[in-house]
Every structure is written in structure tokens, then in C-alpha cells.
Design a protein around this ligand. Structure first.
Ligand code: GDP
Length: 299
């Protein structure tokens, strides 16, 4: 097992006892360790670079107060900056969903296939039902009939309403029909699950952008699998360019990834990570905790 970052920095720090502030030379070696730790957590390189530059800027000249060693001081700066980058500075509201003044509030789910979009739609429906919202779900995935049946199954399991769609319909028509139904039946929230592909392709992006334009969701959530590591940066970029995202849901955090994807996605989108998926079960959704995530990435 690799040492965690605090242990690694402690080793570096042994060589610099008695120094009273963080300087270019005493931070350089420590920052190399931080950089390595982030790369091992599978954070994409541009996100690592941006972060290291920020930490360096904050750390240099920082007084080392009281019993703190320069190493402890740097760990403090790293933890604080990483939590900030994860969204700690955005405040607790950042992880909350917005609701339309005029219901239904529409939530559009976007992401690649297999990341957990349909499961997460079920989890969100459950979460919102527990907040006494009347929830309708619909699948605009016309490529995999099994996807429609899967959404129906998870929706029924959580006791929300399901709007049936058929594979011969167009995604935009499905979304509009579901919206019409939601209005007529006084739903507070309509969650639209969309088709995912194994890789980003132009047709898929145009299709989801068309659904977005047709229904103008108040929340457009990018669902990303924490296990994909640094690949998250490319997917996030493509979805961020195609859609005005309002937030991110990071799934499969119960897996053994360090969660470097969180940092990469924040780097690209700047949007808050609102929830974390922590199990396959439908109650496995938690509000995202930036500080906890920062500690996890640091190992
Ligand atoms: P979609 O293709 O994006 O709709 O993905 P699915 O919802 O079908 O999920 C793909 C797989 O990931 C399924 O086996 C889910 O049970 C699993 N899954 C989804 N979210 C999580 C999670 O937070 N943790 C774990 N361990 N598995 C998850």
C-alpha cells in the first residue's frame, strides 16, 4: 500500500525542521508528492496542474504558526484548497436542486451508457418523493427498449409515477408528451432519463440538446461514473459544451476508486457536484460532501 499524503509529506518535512515559513524550495518537493498523489487518484493532468499552481500561490509566504511544521501547514493548504475546488466554497445550497416556480420542475439526466443514469433517476425519484414531491419519470432512450423497462421498474420500486414511452417515438416528442401529462396531473417534478452511448457521438449530443431546447429543464444533471477516473475529463467536456449543465452526480463512489474524477469534472464544468451514488440500491444516493471527497482523493 502506498503511504497516504500526510505520511508522505511527513517524510519530506523531516528534512526541513526549524523553517518558519513555506518557501519556493521547501514546498517544491512537497508539491511533487501532492502531484503524485493526485495522479495516483487518477485526476486528469490539466486539473492536477491547475490545482498545484493554486496551492503554490496560496502556500508561498504562508507563516508557519505555533507548533505547525511547514509540512503540516502545507497539508492544511492542500486540504482546504482541494475542498474548495470540490465545491466547499459554494456552500451547502450548491448541492440542492432548484424547483420551478411553475411546476413541474424538469430534471434532464445526461451521461454515457452504463454510468448509472437510470438507477440514479430512480434514486432521485425516491429522494424527491421523500420530500413530498409528486414525481413522474420518463425514458427518452429509444435505442434500448430494455432501458425503458428498467426505468419503469425502478420508478415502480420507489413508488413514483412512470410515463410509458415506446422505442418508435422521437425523444423530443416523448419528453413533450410527458411534460404535458405532468402538467395535467399536477406533478411537481418530471425527471427525463436519456439515451447514453458507450462513447460520445455527435448524433447523441444533438439529440439531447434538442430535448433540452424543447422542455427547458431547470436542472440538467451530468451523471458520471467515479470509476472512469481521468477519462471523465473528456466526457465532461463534451457534455458541458453541448448542454448548459446545472450540476453533476458522481456515481459508484462505493467502488474502490479514489474519486479523482470529481476533481476533473469540477475543473472542466465548474458546476457543483450535487449528489454521490454510493450503492446499487435505490437508497444509495447522498448529498455530495466536498471536504470528505477531498480527503478521499488525497488518500
Ligand atoms: P445507465 O446505462 O447509465 O442508465 O446505467 P444503469 O442505471 O443501468 O447502471 C449501470 C450499472 O451500474 C448497474 O449495474 C447499476 O446497478 C450500477 N450502479 C449505478 N449506480 C451505482 C452506484 O452508485 N454504485 C454501484 N456500486 N453501482 C451502481
Amino acid at each position: 500500500m502506498l503511504d497516504n499524503l500526510t505520511q508522505r509529506l511527513a517524510k519530506v518535512v523531516k528534512t526541513m525542521r526549524g523553517e518558519a515559513r513555506l518557501t519556493e524550495s521547501n514546498t517544491a518537493e512537497m508539491l511533487r508528492e501532492v502531484r503524485l498523489a493526485l495522479l495516483e487518484a487518477d485526476v486528469a493532468l490539466p486539473a492536477v496542474r491547475e490545482f498545484i499552481a493554486k496551492v503554490k500561490e496560496k502556500a508561498l509566504g504562508e507563516e508557519v504558526i505555533g507548533s505547525l511544521s511547514p509540512g503540516q501547514a502545507l497539508v492544511g493548504v492542500v486540504q482546504k484548497e482541494l475542498a474548495a475546488l470540490m465545491g466547499a466554497d459554494l456552500g451547502p445550497e450548491a448541492s440542492q436542486l432548484s424547483f420551478a416556480q411553475q411546476p413541474p420542475a424538469i430534471i434532464l439526466m445526461a451521461g454515457l451508457q452504463g454510468v448509472g443514469k437510470t438507477t440514479t433517476t430512480g434514486k432521485l425519484a425516491k429522494y424527491l418523493k421523500e420530500q413530498k414531491k409528486k414525481v413522474l419519470t420518463v425514458s427518452a432512450d429509444v435505442y434500448r427498449p430494455a432501458a425503458i423497462a428498467q426505468l419503469e421498474s425502478v420508478t415502480k420500486q420507489v413508488g413514483a409515477d412512470f410515463f410509458p414511452s415506446t422505442a418508435s417515438d422521437k425523444p423530443v416528442d416523448i419528453a413533450l408528451a410527458a411534460l404535458d401529462w405532468a402538467k395535467k396531473h399536477y406533478h411537481d417534478v418530471l425527471i427525463i432519463d436519456t439515451a447514453g452511448r458507450l462513447a460520445i457521438d455527435e448524433a447523441m449530443m444533438q439529440e439531447i440538446a434538442a430535448v433540452h431546447a424543447a422542455v427547458k429543464p431547470i436542472e440538467t444533471l451530468f451523471v458520471v461514473d467515479a470509476m472512469v477516473g481521468q477519462d471523465a475529463i473528456n466526457t465532461a467536456k463534451a457534455f458541458n459544451e453541448a448542454l448548459p449543465l446545472t450540476g453533476v452526480i458522481l456515481t459508484k463512489l462505493d467502488g474502490d476508486s479514489r474519486g479523482g474524477a470529481a476533481l476533473s469534472v469540477r475543473h472542466v464544468t465548474g458546476k457543483p457536484i450535487k449528489f454521490a451514488g454510493v450503492s446499487e440500491k435505490l437508497d444509495g444516493l447522498e448529498a455530495f460532501d466536498p471536504a470528505r471527497m477531498a480527503n478521499r482523493v488525497l488518500g
